[in-house]
Every structure is written in C-alpha cells, then in structure tokens.
Write a protein that binds this ligand. Structure first.
Ligand code: 3PG
Ligand code: MG
Length: 400
C-alpha cells in the first residue's frame, strides 16, 4: 500500500480559517422506543481528529450516514441526537444542519467561525450518496465538496462502501486519512502481514454467508478458527448433527462441509450449546451436548464446556481477532458465551483485535474493560473486508 497522507500533514500546512470536510462514521445504535443513543463508541472514536482540527482553528464540517434510509429524509434516521452527544463530548455546541446539501447546510457552513463544528444531516437522505450510477454520485459529491477546502476521511466503518462521501469527494478535494482511519489500518495490517503465532480467530454472528469470504481468506493464515454464534449450527449440521429449530442456512451446509474438510482440524466448533423453547429473554432453557439438541428447541448460546475449550485455545495465542457474538448476548440468559470468550481474550498474553459493531458493542454492553483489548475496531464489514484482502474504495481513494 502506498503511504497515506495524514491529518498531521494537513495540520502542518495550516488549517486555521479553512473549511475541512470530515467524513465520519457516526452510525450509532439507537434505542427503538426512545431513539436514545445506546452506544456512543463511534462518536468518541472520531474525537481525536475533530479535536485536533478545532484546536488548529479549522471550520469543521462533519458528515455521516446513520442506518439505511432509502435516499430520502426519514426522521427516525436523523443525526440530530448525534449532534447533541457530539457537542457534549467536544465541550462545545455542534451546529446542526437539518439537510445535507440544501439551504440549511449552506447557511450553517457559511456561518461557522474558526474552531467551530457543524454536522450535516444524514448523507443517505440523498439518493446520490449510495447510487451505483457514477454520474448521480458525482452530482452529490460536487455539492458536498463545495463545503470543504480539504477532506479528511475518519469513517473507517464505511471505507468498504463505494459511496459519494467516501469515494467521490476525495477525488475532488485535497484529502488525508484521519487519526481513526490511520490507526485502524495500522492495526489490521499487522494481522495480515506476519501475525505473531499462534494466530487464533474467533468468529460468531448469525450468518455463514456473511463470513464465508473471510473464512476462506483466513483459513490458510490462521492456526485456529473458533466458530460460535448462530452460524455454528450450519457447521454442526454439516457434521451430520440435528440442530432443532436453531438458525440454519440450508444452502450453506455443503459449503460448510467442504470448509471443514479443507480446514485440516483448524476449525473448532462448539461441543455444547444453550437451547431454549423460544427466542425470548425469559424462555425456558438448558445446556445440552451438540449431539443432543431437541428437535423443538433452538440454540441461543455456546455452552460452558465450549467456552472452556475455546478459552484454552485463546490462552495459547499471541495474536487474536474476534468478530461476532457467541450468542444472543443482549438477553442475560444467553450472554455467558460471549462474556466468557471476551474475558478469555482479555486474559491471553496476545495482541487482540475486536472487529465490528456488534462485538464492540458487546464488549461495552457487558461492562468489560475496553483497555484490556489491543484494539477495538469501529468497522464490522470494513475490518472483515480488509482481512479478506479486498480493495477498500475509501482507502483506495485516499491513496490516489
Ligand atoms: C456499519 O455499521 O457497518 C457501517 O456504519 C456501515 O454501514 P452500512 O453497512 O449500512 O453501509
Ligand atoms: Mg455493516
């Protein structure tokens, strides 16, 4: 990879009085009922970049997506609560524009004083942001680029998206990588270039199909691949076991069988699981061995013997990457697997990386000490695609 120009390069040129457009990933989880931010990790993650720009006297124009609105304004995906929280964390009000590139955005940006911060409304309220049509993205990118004299990408969680704000705007403005993007790329590149061994990867989450590419890419590289979460049932089925009413991707069973054959014993699957009568926090549940899953019950967590086995593998590791919860950790009855694995990772004498929105949120939701992990990535899909060795459009755009 060619060297990226960084925020420090931009700061060295001097940004006082200049408008700096910052793409951030402020796609934080919101409580369905109240709309309150349930985990502000992604907001805190861009504070080093924003703080440095504020201190240097830039007019800071921040843009982000939130959720997946369909190219038109949709109040449930407004960034307005994020502007409030960002202001609290920065210790200064954030000027919120109620549209992205319209009258409100234009006047908000025009009124900024040196060292002040504006946040534009959700990028995805505009069809141009995610359009597959280059010309349509280009029109929107032109409008966004008009708000900056320079561009900083600090949206690591979105660098795998070929979207206007990620891919097309940097082609229109002098561009650099922000502190977060730089740190994420430095850490992940350690995992792909000669990780210290043993290198143990833990994968969870619900779908094999989401993880297939990364499993394929990692198999030759890793020493051990531990698989939990909803996707373990498709692997168990591939071993000829019955999985009751657990999550099952029928069309992936053959693929899993093939992976297991090629894995040369590197893949470790659960030996026991917690099964329940229903997908509910108060459902009756028991721990059973994987060859004894009742036909009417579904697995919602890995069992204690599995946690012990996975923990033993993790205790040997020198490098660890973890993506995806081991069970339905949001429900207390099914959180022990995820907690056990997270704790085993913190105890290992290894360089550990937690990848992904869900696993990062699990670390914080379970009250674990974030500083006992080597790095907690803000990107789920982005970190997986990096490990797959794919070209990430947002990084490629910064390199040009
Ligand atoms: C994420 O949460 O994975 C990033 O913010 C990217 O969002 P997206 O998957 O909707 O593009
Ligand atoms: Mg995603």
């Amino acid at each position: 990879m060619s060297a990226l120009r960084t925020l420090d390069d931009l700061l060295a040129e001097g940004v006082s009085g200049r408008r700096v457009l910052v793409r951030a990933d402020l796609n934080v989880p919101l409580d369905k009922q109240s709309g309150a931010i349930t985990d502000d990790g992604r907001i805190r993650a861009v504070l080093p970049t924003l703080g440095a720009l504020v201190e240097a006297g830039a007019k800071v124009v921040v843009c982000s997506h939130l959720g997946r609105p369909k190219g038109a304004p949709d109040p449930q995906f407004s960034l307005s609560p994020v502007a409030g929280r960002l202001g609290e964390l920065l210790g200064a009000p954030v000027h919120f524009a109620t549209d992205t590139v319209g009258d409100s955005a234009r006047s908000t940006v025009a009124d900024l004083a040196d060292g002040q911060v504006a946040l534009l409304e959700n990028l995805r309220f505009n069809a141009g942001e995610t359009s597959k049509d280059e010309a349509e993205r280009g029109v929107f990118a032109d409008q966004l680029a008009a708000f900056g004299d320079a561009y900083v990408d600090d949206a690591f969680g979105a660098v795998h998206r070929k979207h206007a704000s990620v891919y097309d705007v940097p082609a229109r403005l002098p561009h650099v990588a922000g502190r977060l993007v730089l740190r994420e790329v430095e850490v992940l590149s350690k995992l792909t270039s000669e990780p210290e061994r043993p290198y143990v990867v833990v994968l969870g989450g619900s779908k094999v199909s989401d993880k297939l590419a990364v499993i394929e890419a990692l198999l030759p590289t890793v020493d051990r691949l531990l698989i939990g979460g909803g996707m373990c049932f498709t692997f168990l089925k591939a071993q000829g076991l019955e999985v009751g009413t657990s999550l099952l991707e029928k069309d992936m069973v053959e693929t899993c069988r093939n992976l297991l054959e090629r894995a040369d014993g590197k893949i470790l699957l659960p030996v026991d699981v917690v099964v329940a009568d229903a997908f509910a926090p108060d459902a009756a549940h028991d721990t059973v061995r994987v060859d004894g899953i009742p036909s009417h019950r579904l697995g919602l967590d890995i069992g204690p013997e599995t946690v012990a086995g996975f923990a033993a593998a993790l205790s040997q590791a020198k490098t660890i990457f973890w993506n995806g919860p081991m069970g339905v950790f949001e429900m207390a009855a099914f959180a022990a697997g995820t907690r056990g694995i997270a704790e085993a990772i913190t105890k290992a004498d290894a360089f550990s990386v937690v990848g992904g929105g869900d696993s990062a949120a699990a670390v914080r939701a379970l009250g674990l000490d974030e500083s006992s992990f080597g790095h907690i990535s803000t990107g789920g899909g982005a970190s997986l695609e990096y490990l797959e060795g794919k070209t990430l459009p947002g990084i490629a755009a910064l390199e040009n």
